[in-house]
Design a protein around this ligand. Structure first.
Ligand code: SF4
Length: 66
């Protein structure tokens, strides 16, 4: 799969040193990323900087609130 379309704007991709998650999500399977779900669902301004790609339960809560 292609790299994530939000690589250029994503706080996690730009600032967090976690190559394991970057390989698992940003470089291969962004559709499963919690941050991606919010970018797509409710927009960039609703994505918390500290949200991790593997925190899907938090993503569902944010999507439900917005
Ligand atoms: S953390 Fe998620 S939204 Fe951000 S670049 Fe990686 S896959 Fe895309």
């Amino acid at each position: 799969m292609d790299q994530c379309e939000f690589l250029d704007i994503c706080y996690f991709a730009k600032n967090v040193k976690d190559n394991e998650q970057k390989e698992a999500y940003c470089d291969s399977n962004s559709l499963r990323c919690a941050r991606f779900m919010i970018y797509k669902g409710v927009g960039e301004d609703k994505v918390p900087n500290d949200l991790q790609p593997n925190e899907k339960m938090k993503a569902y809560e944010i999507l439900a609130e917005n």
